[in-house]
Design a protein around this ligand. Structure first.
Ligand code: MN
Ligand code: MN
Length: 319
């Protein structure tokens, strides 16, 4: 166990107050009004108006927080208690307008930007994947253009859908156009599934992304995926985890499930493989749709991935 710094408020001790008692914050960390500073802040983005198929990810942040109640302070593979040396805080949810995507994105960007400007590292919880656009706008506003690691079944680089330029399938083209991300140093892992035409992948590649298809994991494995990410990513790095990168066997609770995805263990290994190799300044976990997640398995996966991303953010701060 790492000794807790005296001015740090750690998560609620499960040996004192049972896990299922009290208000739900991520991993039972304190809220903003309990602390004087935030080194790492969790921010919910409960918006699913950018969804094109199954909705429900507006309930994602709540479900991930619920599943996170079982998380314990010591991250064994990282050899780190992320809560002991830096103040981790749950900043609650951005008040995202459910019927106006521009207003919703503005609220998410404003909430994230205030945290970034205060010096905190932000871990976003979606929400549909469109929420990564305002989260990237806020992060790049402080850190500059970002190198993106996208774990996803889909490219999310279409130009438009149903006439809208803002959806959960188009935001990374917008992010590249706005200069928020440098696609030439960005990496997509886990792509798969049926397409509209053979130009979909070519249009994506034209933006400059390096991609690793889900089926290529069979040959290069987790080690090859990590090596590819380390080779191409450049600081500052933003990691976005669309939970549909997982096979529907592991993550049924999501909006656009695709067969043939990676296992939860593979995803955790890829994220953990970035430790001490890739400096991560911000991250998000998106597309958890609790109405399609009857056993809560998707939320459990998301909570554990968020916990490891939190560890990477703490490592980036130094400890
Ligand atoms: Mn996806
Ligand atoms: Mn996505």
């Amino acid at each position: 166990m790492t000794a807790v710094e005296p001015e740090i408020i750690p998560p609620v001790d499960a040996a004192v107050v049972p896990r299922f008692a009290g208000f739900r914050t991520f991993a039972r960390v304190p809220t903003m009004d309990q602390v004087r500073r935030a080194d790492v802040a969790i921010l919910g983005a409960p918006f699913d108006g950018g969804t094109t198929f199954r909705a429900g990810s507006r309930y994602g942040p709540g479900a991930i927080r619920e599943a996170s109640l079982l998380l314990r302070p010591y991250n064994e593979p990282l050899g780190l208690n992320p809560f002991a040396v830096h103040q981790v805080v749950d900043a609650g949810d951005a008040a995202a307008n459910p019927v106006n995507i521009i207003e919703a994105h503005r609220a998410i960007e404003d909430a994230a930007a205030a945290l970034h400007k205060s010096g905190a590292r932000v871990l976003g919880l979606g929400g549909d994947h469109s929420v990564s656009l305002p989260l990237l706008r806020a992060a790049s506003g402080v850190h500059g253009p970002l190198s993106l690691l996208q774990l996803d079944a889909h490219t999310d680089t279409w130009d438009s859908y149903f006439g809208s330029k803002l959806t959960h399938g188009t935001m990374f083209r917008r992010a590249a156009e706005e200069g928020l991300i440098d696609a030439a140093t960005s990496v997509q892992i886990g792509l798969r599934g049926s397409l509209y035409s053979n130009t979909d992948m070519a249009d994506n590649a034209e933006l400059g992304f390096t991609t690793l298809l889900a089926r290529d994991l069979d040959t290069v494995g987790v080690t090859g995926a990590i090596a590819l990410a380390v080779e191409h990513l450049r600081p500052p790095v933003y990691v976005t985890v669309d939970i549909d990168c997982l096979d529907p066997a592991f993550a049924p609770g999501t909006g656009t499930p695709e067969a043939g995805g990676m296992t939860t263990r593979e995803l955790l290994a890829i994220v953990l493989g970035l430790a001490n190799q890739v400096p991560v300044v911000s991250a998000d976990v998106v597309e958890v749709s609790p109405p399609y997640d009857p056993a809560g398995a998707t939320a459990v996966a998301a909570a554990n991935i968020a916990y490891d991303l939190l560890g990477l953010l703490v490592l980036g701060l130094g400890h």
